[in-house]
Design a protein around this ligand. Sequence first.
Ligand code: 5GP
Length: 118
Amino acid sequence: MATYDEGNIFAKILCGEIPCDKVYEDDYALAFNDINPQAPVHILVIPKGKYVSIADFGAQATSEEITGFYRAVAQIAEEHSLSEGGFRTIANTGLNGGQEVPHFHVHLLGGRALGPML
Ligand code: 5GP
């Protein structure tokens, strides 16, 4: 598993060093609009803990962190009226997954029919 890079851009957003367009925050998660949206709604949800990827999060996070994080994802989807029409979540992971920022994040995409997955 890759070592967590303390200088990654989402770590800087988490500590307030870099601003973000915040849409949600609780003890477990921070969510903000993607700087380069690919859909009418494109929110990034990140855990508060230092996890490189979904694999790292799933293997190392506590049950409380995992539950809290996914409850936040569900709540954000509900708050943005995505649940009824449907939406997509993506967690790009590592080189083959095209992950650019090495702090686990879920892309929450919706607001229109998104078409086939790739
Ligand atoms: P990845 O390819 O790692 O799954 O996605 C990283 C996402 O982070 C991209 O969709 C990119 O647009 C977004 N992003 C990169 N830098 C920033 C930033 O400084 N602020 C925000 N809000 N989004 C960012």
